[in-house]
Write a protein that binds this ligand. Sequence first.
Ligand SMILES: [Zn+2]
Length: 147
Amino acid sequence: MTDKLLPCPFCGRQDTGTKAIDGPLYVAWCYSCGAEGSPRRTGGQAIDAWNKRAQPTVGKVVDAQWWLAEVDQYGTGRPVDGPHSERAGADKAMYLFNALGLAKGKRYAVARIELSEPKPSADGVNHEAIAECNKARAAMSAPEGGA
Ligand SMILES: [Zn+2]
């Protein structure tokens, strides 16, 4: 058991801690993005659970791309031009959007998107719901009148 929390697996920040929740149970959580670990009986167990999750989900970066992204009124970026292998490509796209009058009244940002290996995790998954869905799908795809 360790008392040191690893960085947040979702936002990568180190602003992590533990807190008591109903039960009483404890969770490790991220002050920055609000991500929570699995509830445990003690703060130490909550830290262990968080650290077990934090490590395997930090995927290896297989590629990084630069995109020109249109930013909506909420500050959410939506990639619209790319992928570019370097930032200069997205900056050139911004120049072209301006030169062609496509950027009028819109806001843009340059987004660097890291593509990493997905690490499928069953942590917190509702296995009964999956079984029900698979049963329903099997029933729909079964040939009529049997095989
Ligand atoms: Zn976070």
